[in-house]
Design a protein around this ligand. Sequence first.
Ligand SMILES: Nc1nc2c(ncn2[C@@H]2O[C@H](COP(=O)(O)OP(=O)(O)OP(=O)(O)O)[C@@H](O)[C@H]2O)c(=O)[nH]1
Length: 415
Amino acid sequence: MIRIPNSSIEFMISVQGIRLTNRLYSSFTELIDQLIDICKSNNTDTDSKIKAIKLLGGIDEIKDRLITIQKFYLNNSNEIEKINDLVNEIFNNNSEKANKTIYKELVSMKYNDINIQQINVFYLQNKQHISLLSQLLLKQATDIANNQINTSKIKIYTMVCFLIIFFLFSILPIIMMIFKLSDAFSLIQKAILQLSNNDLNINLKENQRRFSFELDAIISSLIKLKNIQIEKHLLENKNQQLIHQLKLKSTTDYLTSISNRRAFLETIKHSSPEYFNHSSLAIIDIDNFKQINDKFGHASGDEVLIKFSQLLSLFFRKNDLFCRYGGEEFAILLHDCDHILAKNILEKLCTKVRYLSVALPSGEKIYFTISIGIAEMNNKFDINQTIIHADKALYHSKATGKDRVTVYTHEMAVY
Ligand SMILES: Nc1nc2c(ncn2[C@@H]2O[C@H](COP(=O)(O)OP(=O)(O)OP(=O)(O)O)[C@@H](O)[C@H]2O)c(=O)[nH]1
């Protein structure tokens, strides 16, 4: 069974009431017309009489239906008193009597005494009441319709609110999830970029709650990659240190910590010959070193070598090269220094060495001297040849009494 809402019933009844009052009004008008026709034809127009009788019956029927509507409003409407008054006005005793009189007259086919004027006035009075009743019912219908519209609006707004709330509760978590995912992806992208640029300062933490196993796996892989990179960097650093140490060992004399022969010769070979123009190469040999070893022991001999190396480091300029050439021999390259100046400088070194001593635990002191041979270089020099020349000059120093400096001359070539 279809359940019709109360407001819809009220609306339908009001509309029905309007229709009934309209019909009532037209029935009254029609009835007057018919009565006038009957009078004009001196009561011989049977058709008009029948029509008038039908109209009277119709008016009675409309009356009953209006009274039913009136009863409905007895329970439901605030306007009930007005509707009551109007219905009673229209269908009061007088009008019922008039109707019955007209009816009887018409049925008996007499209808001679009718006063058209009187009927006209009587129905004109009712015309106003009918119009008022119609307006009242129209107002009633309009109010109900407005109420229905308002109720519908409230329902629509409630539905829209419900939809918005539903949207927020169902879509918002999805939007938040999308934002979090995009956040995670941008973190991953940033981390990948950083790692590819060798920047290990990535902002990713393991066990951080994410959305999927896949993302977690990517993040932990990136963290592993970062750790591998860190280990790789540490190993590379260690390697670099080892390479540096090896390089240092291969170019440094293990005992005296000054450059060795290899480093000395490599530096000269890798420099432009012009750089050594008017420079001098000297070979220094500690005198009677075998005796020092024999007298004071090999360790004391080592101390002498170390002490002498320290003196060389203090004595020479930054751009002079020196090395332990082998055993108790040292080589020095005095940059931008001709043989005269070189002799001068190296004689000062000889003087310094004479005053240099190594103190032994026994309280004894080891004094020693050095012999030096010098060969000047020009821009066409051959390092091996220059060394041979310096060696010959050294030999000359040794042969002529040691503790002295000799500059190579061509006469020495025969040695
Ligand atoms: N303590 C020590 N002795 C060394 C080292 N290298 C070489 N010697 C010694 O140095 C000595 C060199 O002796 P020689 O070549 O006879 O020369 P010298 O005794 O200095 O004699 P002159 O050159 O004529 O003055 C040898 O006994 C080598 O064993 C070293 O690193 N430490």
